[in-house]
Each structure stands twice: as C-alpha cells, then as structure tokens.
Design a protein around this ligand. Structure first.
Ligand SMILES: Cc1cc2nc3c(=O)[nH]c(=O)nc-3n(C[C@H](O)[C@H](O)[C@H](O)COP(=O)(O)O)c2cc1C
Length: 327
C-alpha cells in the first residue's frame, strides 16, 4: 500500500502532516513524530512581533513598533532577547535529525519589514515556509480590498525573498472565500492550508476579565474544513492541506476523498499522544486495502466538486436530500 504523496513539491511518505503547535517546537518530539509516521512537520510559528523585536535590537533598520501597540510590548516583555536565534538553532537541529520535510512557520498580519527575515528562515535549511496569515477583520475601517491588498503585498514580496516553497495558512474570515482562495492559488505559491483555528476568547465572570477559551479543536470541527476542501480542491492551482478537527483515520480518508493533498493534525496529538500518528497511518492503509486502492491518487478528490460544476448547486442538492427528502 503506497501512501506517498508530493506536497509543496516535496516527497512525503505519508499525507499526514503535524501542524504547527507547541509540540513542534521540540526536536525530540518531532523525531518521535517521524518515527510514528508523520509525513512532514510544520514547526511552531514565530510571531511577526518577535521578528520586529529582533530587528529593533540588532539592526539599524527602523522597526515600526508603534503600529503594533500592546502586542509588541507583550512580546518585548515576555520573550527572551535571543528567542529568535534559539528558534533558528532548533530548526537547524530538526533538519539535522529528521529525514522528513521540516516546514518553517511565521504568524503574520501586516506588510512590514519582518519580511526581511524570511531569508533567515530559509538559511536554517527548512524545506518550505508556511505563513499563518492572521489578518482579522476586526477594525470597522478595514475593507476586504484592504485585506486582499495586504495578502498580495506579503506574498509578492515573500516570493522574491525566498526560493523554497511557500504555503499560506488561512482562517475562515472571508466574505468571498471561494474567489479569494482560488486567487491565492494563482499567485505562484505552492500550497494553501485551510484552516487555522482561532484561539477563542471567553469571559471570566468572577474576575470580570477576558480569558482564552480552550485552544484544542473537537472532532465535529472537521466539517467546515471538509466542506471547503471539497468545494475548492479541484479549482485551485496549488496544493491544499486540510487542517482542523482531524482525529481518526476515517477523517484522513474523508479529507483525501474531498481532494486534500495533505491532512494536518494537532489537537488529536495533544489529546491522544504522538503515537496516534501510527493509528492514523495504519487505518488509512487498512481502508485503502479494503477498497482495493494501491495509491492515494486512486481516490484523492473522488468526492470533490468538479472544476466545471457549480459548488452552490452541489451543496444545495445535498441540503435538500437531507432536509426535504426531495431526492
Ligand atoms: C497548542 C496549540 C498551538 C498552536 N500553535 C500554532 C502556531 O504556532 N502556528 C500555527 O500556524 N498554528 C498553531 N496552532 C493551530 C494548529 O496548527 C491547527 O491549525 C489548529 O489547532 C487546528 O487543527 P487541529 O484541529 O488538528 O488542532 C496551534 C494549535 C494549538 C492547539
């Protein structure tokens, strides 16, 4: 049973990739992930503010810290001055000790001179770069055109700065999701990761303060990603990595049937341990064997919306089948 796949132009033994998280900031854990069958790992993200802090400390470049407000101050106070250097060393060590692809990650939201550090990520030897573009539409002054412009500026500059493959990780805040994702895939990037899961904000009613809700996903969170992967996978000009809510090998199969190139897992490893990767890979192979499939391309995208089909019609038909029993 062959579960090899090509992702971002890289050869992977398995389509199951460990997504960026705290576990992928630790090289020993990443080695464990490789041994348990991960196809690749996406390293814990560096925040744009961390890079700006480093620029401010180390170079004569003007770092625009005013525009970052409290988020910059938080980083400046809570992150060790050599945090970035240590991160790069960790990535170099990961490259030395792992044979699977190691994908660097940056969490960014603005078109600023943090982009000058993209080269430094490439110099660690990482195989690709995933940008978690956390542009959130919280400002009443921000239009979707502004958001689109920022995406374009960042991607165009990044493409000129590095030669390694680029993947863009997105959230779900797009009014015109299908159009935006397709346009992203036309920008010369190698992949789109759908979706990042925001840390939800909760309220502590005793202390009357804001607090973070749980950061881990639940199995039912898979459906949003599944829907969009099915709608878009055949309409994109780059790879699609499915993220959020993947817990079982059946979930991996579903994402592949919907057309995902790779499937990312995070919360399931936090909840059930890194060895779960073994179960996911074994379960995928057992299913393929039972179905008579030799390789992923035999069934990948079998249930995605065809390029010439209207997704709205396909989804509406599905809706009618369920609710009105018309068909
Ligand atoms: C503890 C934790 C830390 C995370 N850190 C990052 C990060 O640094 N960068 C990033 O792009 N995503 C990060 N994520 C988001 C995950 O990569 C993933 O997109 C999200 O958890 C949804 O996938 P899941 O349902 O498999 O958990 C983090 C998630 C968790 C739970």
């Amino acid at each position: 049973m062959n579960t090899e796949t090509k992702y971002l132009g890289l050869e992977l033994k398995s389509p199951i990739v460990v997504g960026s998280c705290g576990l992928t900031a630790d090289v020993d854990k990443m080695v464990q992930m490789e041994q348990a069958g991960a196809g690749a790992v996406v390293v814990k993200s560096v925040f744009e503010e961390q890079i700006i802090h480093d620029i401010k400390r180390n170079t004569h470049m003007v770092a625009p810290t005013d525009s970052y407000g409290d988020s910059y101050e938080y980083i400046a106070q809570h992150v060790a001055d050599d945090s970035l250097e240590r991160h790069f060393n960790m990535m170099r060590e990961a490259k030395r000790r792992l044979s699977i692809p190691v994908i660097g990650s940056i969490n960014c939201f603005s078109y600023e001179n943090w982009l000058t550090y993209a080269q430094k990520f490439q110099e660690t030897g990482c195989d690709a770069l995933e940008l978690n573009m956390a542009i959130l539409p919280y400002e009443t002054t921000l239009s979707s055109d502004d958001v689109e412009r920022t995406y374009n500026q960042i991607i165009n500059t990044l493409r000129k700065s590095v030669t390694i493959p680029i993947s863009i990780k997105v959230g779900t805040y797009f009014t015109d999701m299908a159009k935006q994702m397709q346009q992203l895939s036309w920008m010369g990037i190698q992949g789109v990761t759908m979706f990042n899961k925001n840390v939800e904000v909760d309220i502590d009613i005793e202390n009357e303060t804001l607090k973070n809700a749980t950061t881990l996903s639940n199995p039912e969170d898979i459906y949003k990603t599944l829907r969009w992967v099915a709608i878009l996978s055949k309409k994109m000009r780059c790879d699609l990595s499915a993220s959020t809510g993947v817990y079982t090998s059946a979930d991996v199969v579903k994402m592949l049937l919907a057309g995902a190139t790779t499937v990312q897992v995070v919360s399931c490893l936090y909840k059930n341990g890194i060895d779960t990767l073994r179960e996911l890979n074994d379960g995928l192979k057992v299913w393929m064997e039972r179905k008579g499939y030799d390789k992923l391309s035999d069934f990948r995208g079998k249930l995605s919306v065809m390029p010439t089909d209207k997704a709205s019609v396909a989804m509406r038909t599905q809706f009618m089948k369920y609710f009105a029993e018309i068909v």
